[in-house]
Design a protein around this ligand. Structure first.
Ligand SMILES: [Zn+2]
Length: 101
């Protein structure tokens, strides 16, 4: 039996009693076309793929990661709810400047 753990709260996800949610995260550089006349329709993902192929020989993996990063997370239903509400981890509920006294 495979046991999954929530990547957020680290609690085990009991697949029999609760649903495991998958988050697939894809972050990639939005490249502006250099050749504006021709490239407006160009597929940026293809472009990134080319860059990644060119970087293949380079030893610095971090550059690759900055151009294209993807990850997969398992979430329990609680963390899924929180994630959907606030995927960027922004600080919500911050007190406004009302309570200065
Ligand atoms: Zn969780």
């Amino acid at each position: 039996m495979v046991h999954y753990t929530c990547d957020c709260c680290k609690r085990p996800i009991d697949s029999e009693n609760s649903i495991r949610y998958l988050v697939r995260l894809e972050v990639y550089a939005s490249l502006d076309p250099i050749d504006e006349d021709m490239d407006s329709d160009r597929d940026h993902l293809l472009e990134i793929q080319e860059i990644l192929e060119n970087l293949d020989s380079a030893e610095d993996d971090q550059i690759c990661d900055e151009v294209y990063h993807h990850a997969r997370y398992d979430l329990c239903s609680e963390c899924r709810q929180r994630f959907v509400k606030n995927p960027l981890g922004r600080q919500t509920m911050q007190p406004l400047n009302f309570s200065k006294n």
